[in-house]
Unconditional design. Structure first.
Length: 152
């Protein structure tokens, strides 16, 4: 006797027509969360530094916030206590201008060798209530005396 297969019998399984929908929704949700995190962190890092004038103009909103300030070290304003490793100096946007200097103080670091008269510096830290700047890191930018003279 010949047996024929009966293709009409129901095995009780429901065919999966849209099995890709749930993983696709999870992937879209993960990408959306990662995009939001990336945008928020990049916005926080977009402002590389403020000028001294910007800090002084926006002092009420910047008090206590972490920021970077760029300026020129006022000649003869550098004071360093080697015993307590306390460094104080003033920054301005332009030497000889009528701008009031921003007093910067830092504890725990000696002044860099390049911190001579009219050196350009970037201080990283927090603006305090009294208008001074508490630096936690100090970077000196490359002095112009090391740049090649291209006027020839």
């Amino acid at each position: 006797m010949t047996q024929t297969a009966d293709w009409t019998t129901n095995t009780g399984e429901v065919p999966r027509r849209h099995g890709w929908v749930r993983p696709a929704l999870v992937a879209v949700a993960v990408l959306a969360v990662l995009s939001v995190v990336l945008v928020l962190t990049s916005r926080a890092q977009m402002q590389f530094y403020f000028s001294v004038g910007e800090v002084q103009q926006r002092s009420t909103e910047l008090v206590g916030k972490a920021l970077r300030v760029s300026g020129i070290v006022v000649p003869d304003s550098v004071q360093f206590d080697p015993v307590g490793l306390h460094l104080e100096f003033c920054l301005v946007d332009q030497v000889g201008g009528d701008q009031s200097p921003l007093r910067v103080h830092m504890v725990g670091q000696a002044p860099p060798d390049q911190m001579g008269g009219e050196a350009k510096a970037i201080a990283e830290g927090h603006l305090e209530q009294d208008g001074s700047f508490r630096a936690e890191a100090l970077m000196m930018t490359c002095a112009s005396k090391y740049q090649a003279d291209l006027s020839q």
